[in-house]
Design a protein around this ligand. Structure first.
Ligand code: SF4
Length: 222
């Protein structure tokens, strides 16, 4: 059985929320010693992901930076501060209310872009996270996560601005926060619009009650 298939079967065997959270911890434990690609050689920590394992909303970024590598947590540097701010201001949530992961779990040296084979090698971990967390809405941050999950080579500047059907919910692409830090107010405003789109997607994904009105997925989210 391939590594990807083994992780997939682990995800499929998981039952209720407690089982799924436990299965997610087992996958994280496995990833912590992973040597499936060359990024293993330069890392300090594997940055598997963080947040609520039952979150309705999941962010997927590119890969860990310096601070993330040192702390073993995703989005804890300047990009993370911007992400936290936009989450709170546009979605009304804190980072512990969602789940945050990356396309590759180990830091590319010198913050270079991840190579295609590295993204592919790490993909089973991302697939296991999607399967076990089962978010209603996935917000991809930047080119690498968006292209990987939508299966396209189009740039983020063309892909953002709409929501895509994804799994049983939606995928909303937006810029990586580091691009917003470089690009200034115009890019931040576009990210804000995408976060509003993600909020609408969460509302659209919510179960419908007898009145036909969409119901909030959780009171924290909406
Ligand atoms: S980036 Fe992913 S596949 Fe590569 S060594 Fe790290 S955990 Fe393993």
């Amino acid at each position: 059985m391939t590594e990807g298939n083994r992780l997939k079967s682990l995800s499929e065997d998981a039952g209720g929320p407690a089982d799924r959270a436990a299965a997610l911890r087992r996958v994280a434990q496995e990833a912590s010693t992973c040597t499936r690609c060359r990024l293993a050689t330069g890392r300090t920590n594997v940055v598997f992901g963080a947040g609520d394992p039952q979150a309705a909303l999941m962010f997927v970024g590119e890969g860990p930076g310096e601070q993330e590598d040192l702390q073993g947590l995703p989005f804890v540097g300047r990009s993370g501060q911007l992400l936290n701010r936009l989450m709170l201001e546009e979605l009304g949530i804190k980072r512990e209310d969602c789940y945050i992961a990356n396309a590759v779990k180990c830091r590319p040296p010198g913050n270079r872009d991840p190579e295609a084979d590295e993204v592919a090698a790490c993909r089973p971990y991302l697939e296991a996270q999607l399967e076990l967390i089962n978010p209603k809405v996935v917000v991809t941050l930047g080119n690498f996560a968006t292209r990987a999950l939508l299966g396209t080579e189009q740039p983020i500047s063309r892909l953002r601005g709409r929501a895509y059907r994804f799994r049983e919910g939606y995928l909303v692409p937006t810029f990586h926060p580091s691009a917003a830090l470089r690009g200034g107010p115009v890019v931040v405003a576009q990210m804000r619009a995408d976060f509003v789109r993600a909020k609408q997607a969460l509302q659209a994904s919510a179960p419908v009650d007898g009145t036909g009105e969409p119901q909030p997925l959780t009171m924290r989210l909406l």
